[in-house]
Write a protein that binds this ligand. Structure first.
Ligand code: NAD
Length: 476
């Protein structure tokens, strides 16, 4: 099956050297140090056309292999990622900025393996819908054809696998466009996966938003898997309209966490912290606004400050660090401006909010902001960085109303010592997933998707797999 020999790269440098464009390419800089990581090819719309054409030619044979052979190829790809895990994690850390340790680079590479293996293992048998004296109706899922995947820069490897694994499992071929901020990570991952796949089943076109636009309007693309901002999601809906493309949209979030008065501040503080600060806050389903009952408000604030003080931030390759820089200058400026507005409004900074000038890297310190109005932009906008607003509430009714007050609804969480009361509140929160006493814990077996303007369609689980197939009823 393999078209490239399965290869193990001892270091990220060896892996990078295997990707380097022969001429040209764009310099990618490490967001922690400003050093050059490597050069990424700059593919064009005509490269995209060629890739889509090749993907069409490769698709029938890939579909004809059948479920077992595709499952085997995906498991071999997972083995290859494991064999190259450290080189991949180091490259990811250097290009994206995330630290090797904590729920970051090594964790992300591990998640790629988990999602590939779990998705490979799903069964999707035809469903018998009707079987009586009047006749039979069966529901089958057929491959769609060529899937276009467009991804963001925050979890570039893991989100690519979220998109490509179910697509491949269903017998589609994939053309993937990574974020222009993190192409090397995705090119490297695809190189490793491709050691287990036939040629042109998975291709990466490394280009900017014009390539994304061309992909989402292309007549040769049967489905778009998109993960990114809500604004880009809306642009993709528009550009895909003329070809009536199927689309799965995983868009921005501004997840609320509600801490009920019976929660134990000490017991929940570390999980609250990581719910918000995973990947230094650059996570779609991170906790981005925390609502705490007035009875335990001060105790929760104190416990969070204590945890924050134990989490070192710095260059990703330093084994001590668990928090890193913002991935790019634009995101640094968004976080800095939102925190400044909160300070100007009279909100109380518990820790952080004092970025150091003149240092290399887009480091914004871990920031906790208390006594902030719910209407403040640090609450209402997606900050996507290490700055958490903590809002005080008096009644559960008020907390639910504030949690539901925005146009987005990706995830949410409820924190309580009583699961039943937490479930009652959870049922009233408008979000695709509501976690209890944890936040952002995704699982390849459990469907994930947004409510409201956080998107539509589902990923993960057999429910997610069905979104990569064309439902077909056979009736007789
Ligand atoms: P972005 O929307 O700026 O870019 C995402 C991708 O879309 C990039 O590859 C970009 O080149 C491409 N693109 C840009 N304009 C396009 C267009 N007009 N047509 C087609 N493609 C286009 O998002 P980002 O800044 O990379 O990522 C951060 C955002 O992603 C945050 O809002 C975050 O919440 C969201 N996100 C959501 C999830 C989820 O599962 N819901 C996961 C991760 C990130």
């Amino acid at each position: 099956m393999s078209t490239e020999s399965t290869q193990t790269f001892a270091t990220a440098e060896d892996l990078l050297a295997s990707l380097e464009p022969e001429v040209g390419g764009r310099e990618m800089l490490d967001p922690a140090t400003g050093e050059v990581v490597g050069r990424a090819p700059e593919h064009t719309v005509s490269d995209l056309d060629a890739a889509i054409n090749d993907a069409h030619l490769a698709q029938p044979a890939w579909a004809a292999l059948g479920h077992e052979a595709r499952r085997e190829a995906m498991n071999t790809a997972a083995d290859a990622i494991e064999a190259n895990a450290e080189a991949l994690a180091v490259l990811l850390s250097r290009e994206q900025g995330k630290t090797l340790n904590g729920p970051n680079a090594r964790f992300e590479v591990g998640a790629c393996v988990a999602w590939l293996r779990t998705t490979a293992g799903f069964e999707l048998e035809p469903e018998i819908l009707v079987d009586d004296e009047g006749g039979k109706a069966e529901l089958h899922y057929r491959p769609l054809g060529v899937v276009g995947a467009i991804g963001p820069w925050n979890w570039p490897m893991m989100i690519s696998v979220w998109q490509l694994a179910p697509a491949l499992r269903m017998g589609n071929t994939v053309v993937l466009k990574p974020s222009e901020y993190t192409p090397l990570s995705v090119l490297a991952l695809a190189k490793i996966i491709n050691s287990a796949l036939p040629e042109h089943v998975l291709q990466v076109i490394s280009g900017g938003r014009e390539v994304g636009e061309a992909l989402s309007s292309h007549a040769g693309i049967d489905k778009i898997m998109f993960t990114g901002s809500t604004a880009t999601g809306k642009a993709i809906i528009r550009s895909s309209a003329d070809t009536v493309k199927r689309i799965t949209l995983e868009l921005g979030g501004n997840d609320a966490g509600i801490v009920l008065p019976d929660a134990d501040p000490q017991a929940i503080a570390t999980d609250l912290f990581w719910g918000a600060f995973i990947n230094t806050g650059q996570t779609c389903a991170a906790l981005k606004r925390l609502y705490v009952h007035e009875d335990i408000y001060d105790a929760v604030c104190d416990a969070l400050v204590e945890v924050a003080g134990q989490m070192p931030m710095g260059v990703g390759l330093d084994e001590n660090n668990v928090l890193g820089p913002l991935q790019n200058k634009a995101q640094f400026d968004i976080v800095a401006s939102l925190v400044q507005q909160a300070k100007d409004s009279g909100a109380r900074v518990l820790v952080g909010a004092d970025p150091q000038d003149g240092q290399p890297g887009y480091f914004y310190p871990t920031t906790l902001v208390a006594d902030i109005e719910n209407s403040n932009e640090l609450v209402t906008q997606e900050q996507f960085g290490p700055a958490l607003p903590i809002i005080k509430y008096s009644t559960t009714e008020q907390a639910i109303q504030m949690a539901n007050g925005l146009e987005v609804g990706l995830g949410a969480s409820v924190w309580s010592s009583n699961i039943e009361s937490a479930r009652e509140v959870a049922a009233r929160v408008q979000a695709g997933t509501v976690w209890i006493n944890k936040h952002g814990a995704v699982d390849p077996r459990v469907p994930f998707g947004g409510a409201k303007q956080s998107g539509y369609g589902l990923e993960f689980g057999v429910a997610g797999l069905k979104h990569l197939g064309q439902p077909q009823v056979i009736s007789y």
